[in-house]
Design a protein around this ligand. Structure first.
Ligand SMILES: [Zn+2]
Ligand SMILES: [Zn+2]
Length: 345
């Protein structure tokens, strides 16, 4: 699919890439980065735990990263006289740049920051649908581009929202990690999909979606191209899975009509989460898509919003059972969560 946005690739003063995605053509993106940034030495290292077979990325340089700066010191704002930021332009629509303090770099992959808006006080759920539509295009474009890079096995687009989930910058933004291996949760999902396909000939995600739609009690919205529902065995107090009706492997495979509906439906779901309790809902928005090279036929794209507030002032913590045993306990029934998200109290 052709990109409807105008993409301009530039470099920051320490050599990192900055990419402007403009909704209208004709912007001058030549403003130079006037900071004299030292190159951050990245010592990221992938280590395999012999007991679990899982990888840990050790990135000691990240301890020095920016942590909740004052609003007038935000590094994601447009640059203004006396306050040069990560984005030299005086305004922008969506901007993507290589993280200055990446967990993954060089041989271990790449970390990008996706800035959703130049408006510091905005949030994903309060952006216009047209902007969210642009962000969907950016996610798809980054997925396709990062998948071309040598060694990349998985592109994970996500958003951490709220200090409760460890956000270190309030400015509305998401991140993209390009891993050189398939992360364990994605590998698990893929293994299940492949086994299901071998035994039934079908797709486990297509069948689960059909069952949720038939059962109906956990469905939040059904569109023409997507359904949003709280899964039967959801792990999080308020978990919303947004699933395409068509069996598509990844974001780049979505048509323009699908992206249009996805933007409106995604905004609606985040607004429903924000409306549940007092104040913005802390959540992790994750895109589960096909790995770069394996299991593409079996993979079914999914956007999962995992919201952590279970009641006013009460957060879900990953404690003993979840962190120590990997066994999730959910205090809110998915049926009740879905009813609340539908506005049924
Ligand atoms: Zn800002
Ligand atoms: Zn499917």
């Amino acid at each position: 699919m052709d990109l409807s946005l105008t993409r301009t690739v530039t470099k920051l003063s320490d050599g990192r890439e900055l990419i402007y995605y403009d909704e209208t053509p004709g912007h001058d993106r030549s403003a130079p980065d006037r900071r004299d940034l030292p190159t951050v030495s990245t010592t990221s290292e992938l280590r395999r735990d012999p007991l679990t077979g899982e990888f840990t990325t050790v990135a000691g340089h990240r301890q020095d990263r920016t942590f909740l700066p004052a609003a007038d010191q935000c590094p994601l704002d447009p640059s203004r006289p006396g306050h040069p930021t990560e984005i030299p332009a005086a305004d922008y629509d969506v901007a993507v740049f290589e993280n200055r303090f990446p967990s993954l770099a060089g041989d271990t992959g790449r970390c990008e920051v996706v800035v959703f808006s130049s408006d510091h006080a905005s949030s994903f759920g309060s952006l216009p649908v047209a902007r969210i539509r642009s962000i969907v295009d950016v996610w798809a474009d980054r997925t396709a581009e990062l998948a071309q890079r040598s060694g990349v096995e998985y592109v994970y687009c996500f958003e951490n929202r709220g200090v409760e989930v460890g956000v270190t910058l309030h400015h509305p933004h998401g991140q993209i990690y390009a891993y050189t291996y398939v992360p364990p949760r994605m590998q698990k999902i893929l293994d299940v999909a492949i086994a299901y396909h071998e035994s039934t000939g079908g797709c486990v995600a297509c069948d689960a979606l059909a069952e949720e739609k038939a059962e109906g009690t956990r469905v939040i919205t059904v569109g023409e191209h997507f359904t949003a529902y709280v899964p039967h065995a959801g792990r999080w107090p308020f978990q919303v899975d947004i699933v395409p009706h068509r069996h598509v492997p990844d974001l780049p495979a979505l048509t323009a009509a699908e992206r249009d509906e996805l933007a409106a439906l995604g905004k609606d779901c985040v607004q429903r989460l924000d409306a549940l309790f007092d104040g913005p809902m802390p959540y992790i928005g994750s895109w589960y898509q096909a790995p770069v090279a394996t299991g593409r036929a079996e993979s079914h794209l999914r956007w999962q919003l995992a919201a952590l507030r279970r009641a006013p002032g009460k957060l879900k913590f990953l404690a003993g059972s979840e962190s120590g045993a990997g066994a999730f306990m959910n205090d809110i029934s998915p049926e009740r969560a879905a009813a609340m998200l539908r506005g049924e109290g």
